[in-house]
Design a protein around this ligand. Structure first.
Ligand SMILES: CC(C)(COP(=O)(O)OP(=O)(O)OC[C@H]1O[C@@H](n2cnc3c(N)ncnc32)[C@H](O)[C@@H]1OP(=O)(O)O)[C@@H](O)C(=O)NCCC(=O)NCCS
Length: 272
């Protein structure tokens, strides 16, 4: 129990720069008091002590302004900042490391029993005053803007804003697209910089991938420029650029890459 409490307090320091010390966090963060009361009321609920569970949840509401139905399933390091006006419905499911601000509702849109409240995957952030309605899923790492009303699924890594909520950014897709583009360019140069896990990219390999992309774009520009000058009767692109001297890259670990780049120089087709 104390491990979980320590973990909860640490999660406040990770997410609220205003938090100063553990005693202050322990005593003046209603979001924490609400989640601790919920853990107990959820236990009572599962043991069939429904009335006791509801009473404890109601007590939590009086003291914190946060209403969490005892049936709601909540993961670890859940943090409700400020708290007042938060409502979490009976069939809501919340993953780990989720953050809610004040005024958030995880509500239902139907009076039918059964799953009728949202599912929030790990690391979701819901802005102040947002309403997430119905048995929808907010994907891992997704964000919802303050005062939005979301009634449809939000993909992993996406940001949804407005009424009705619409996706404005999808960092996961955006980054995947960029990575795929860089990989294809790096493959042309014979350099597989991305033989690393996508969720743990090597920063140096990544930097080299970015530089290769830049070199590739410059190749295209130079080729375009040469074509235009040739058409005007100029003769500026006859000589090929001197290959990189591998000696200059001795002891850097980059020699094999430079060798491959030089080797591919002649036959390299920049149009992908
Ligand atoms: C949604 C949010 C997470 C987006 O953050 P972000 O990833 O940095 O994205 P940006 O700020 O670049 O915004 C992206 C677009 O969404 C718009 N947007 C952001 N928040 C919005 C909101 N709540 N409602 C409507 N549009 C919003 C921006 O204007 C921008 O639009 P544009 O591309 O047309 O310029 C953030 O704005 C937010 O609302 N966070 C909640 C914070 C909160 O509740 N704090 C309470 C502290 S007490």
């Amino acid at each position: 129990m104390f491990t979980r409490i320590r973990e909860d307090i640490k999660s406040v320091f990770d997410r609220d720069p205003a938090a100063r010390n553990s005693f202050e966090v322990l005593t003046s963060y209603p979001g924490l008091h609400a989640i601790w009361l919920h853990r107990l009321s959820h236990k009572f609920w599962r043991w069939g002590l429904k009335w006791l569970a509801r009473m404890l949840s109601t007590f939590g509401r009086w003291t914190t302004g946060i209403e969490i139905h005892p049936g709601a399933q909540i993961g670890r390091r859940f943090f409700i900042d400020h708290g007042m006006g938060v409502v979490i419905g009976e069939t809501a499911e919340i993953g780990d490391d989720v953050t809610l601000y004040h005024g958030v509702t995880l509500g239902g849109t139907s009076w039918q029993a059964g799953k009728r409240h949202p599912t929030l995957k790990n690391k979701v952030v819901i802005g102040a005053g947002a309403k997430i309605l119905g048995p929808i899923t907010i994907g891992e790492g997704a964000k919802v803007g303050s005062n939005s009303v979301v009634v449809k699924d939000v993909p992993d890594g996406a940001t949804a804003v407005g009424i009705p909520g619409r996706v404005v950014l999808n960092k996961a897709t955006e980054q995947d697209g960029k990575r795929e583009h860089r990989e294809s360019i790096a493959r042309q140069y014979g350099f597989d910089a991305y033989a690393v896990a996508p969720d743990n990219p090597d920063p140096v390999a990544n930097a080299i991938g970015v530089m290769l992309e830049h070199v590739h774009k410059m190749d295209l520009k130079v080729e375009e420029l040469c074509g235009a000058v040739q058409e005007l009767g100029g003769d500026v692109c006859g000589k090929s650029i001197k290959a990189l001297d591998i000696e200059d890259f001795k002891d850097t670990g980059l020699s094999p890459i430079i060798q491959q780049m030089n080797h591919k120089d002649e036959s390299f087709d920049p149009h992908i």
